[in-house]
Design a protein around this ligand. Structure first.
Ligand SMILES: C[S@@+](CC[C@H](N)C(=O)[O-])C[C@H]1O[C@@H](n2cnc3c(N)ncnc32)[C@H](O)[C@@H]1O
Length: 319
């Protein structure tokens, strides 16, 4: 990544952007061109997450940058401010958001314009999953990519797959909301299967402490985090896959599906009057998902005389 000397325009431009960031956080609303007034949250990065993004720019001074998901423009402002402070915006920062002029009423574009930063960005009103492959085909490469678009697993994972293709070796990808399962899972895949290294993260509030999880070696999830692409891509055989769900399991209770299936078997057995089979099934369900307390009650219920069980629960006719 380049470390150019600060361009003469950089300091005043950064100051204008900072003034806009401060004003937006102070007022908490965005005025759109069509007269709509919208609340900054929950869409926008918080000041802490914005600082994290700016710090990445100040630390790495990337030349070619890409952002997925513009919202009200707060993350874009933080990134531009950081780039300017790191030496300047060397080429327009590419921002992708298919809903900017519809759902978002052009709010971010106005915010960027008011900050005097319209010339610093290249905006694309297209879904990232359509635009990013085009950028790959054009041979474009980036030093830094920020992903904060479609937060569903398929959307996030596809963004990360194309970010992987678009990043230069040693480039950095940051994602927002990495404490959420879809984002967390996608990033764990990049770490375990592509060899990405964790650069650091930030949380506005303390996330779950590592000691609370079954897999204590799991790193607590940050709310925004960054990873560095390896300088040399890992050799991957066609069928090579490194399992990465171990420390994911305790968060999503991935065993909930199995647990539900077993609990269902238990209920069926209970209805058939087979309390021993029901007990076995509920016991197995508890082992799959100890946090699901309902199965614990069902398990103990299998020890009660059927009349008392009926009295307590008022449910089963025969169990
Ligand atoms: C949480 S907001 C982004 C907030 C912004 N990064 C910030 O912190 O100020 C998510 C954005 O992703 C956009 N988005 C949703 N699906 C997308 C897709 N397929 N490609 C690109 N952007 C998408 C939405 O329109 C929305 O503006």
């Amino acid at each position: 990544m380049a470390h150019a000397a600060p361009a003469p325009y950089a300091a005043p431009a950064a100051a204008r952007i900072r003034a806009q960031i401060d004003r937006l956080y102070r007022e908490g609303i965005v005025h759109c061109d069509d007269g709509f007034t919208k609340s900054l949250y929950p869409t926008s990065v918080t000041p802490g997450r914005g600082r994290f993004l700016g710090d990445l720019m100040r630390k790495f001074g990337p030349s070619a940058t890409l952002e997925v998901g513009m919202g009200w423009g707060l993350s874009t402002l933080h990134l531009l401010e950081g780039m300017l402070q790191a030496g300047g915006v060397h080429q327009p920062h590419i921002v992708i958001d298919p809903f900017q002029n519809t759902r978002l009423h052009g709010g971010a574009l106005r915010v960027i314009r008011e900050a005097g930063a319209a010339d610093l960005i290249e905006f694309h009103e297209e879904p990232s999953e359509i635009l990013m492959p085009k950028l790959v085909a054009q041979g474009r490469r980036f030093d830094f990519i920020f992903i904060d678009g479609d937060h569903r697993f398929d959307g996030a994972f596809v963004d990360l797959v194309f970010a992987h293709k678009l990043l230069n070796p040693g480039g950095v990808v940051a994602l927002d909301d990495t404490e959420r399962d879809p984002l967390y899972l996608a990033c764990r895949f990049a770490e375990t299967n592509w060899g990405y290294t964790y650069e650091g993260g930030h949380s506005d509030r303390a996330t779950a402490a590592p000691g609370r999880h079954r897999y204590r070696r799991a790193r607590p999830r940050a709310q925004i985090a960054a990873w560095r692409k390896p300088l040399h891509e890992l050799e991957r055989g066609q069928l090579h896959f490194v399992s990465f769900v171990d420390d994911f399991t305790p968060y999503i209770r991935a065993n909930r599906l199995d647990s539900n299936r077993l609990a269902h078997q238990g209920l069926v057995a209970l209805r058939a009057g087979d309390r021993a089979a029901a007990r076995r099934a509920f016991g197995a369900a508890i082992r799959q998902d100890p946090a699901h307390l309902k199965n614990l009650f069902r398990y103990f219920r299998t020890y009660l005389p059927s009349g008392m069980a009926r009295l307590l629960t008022g449910r089963s006719k025969r169990g």
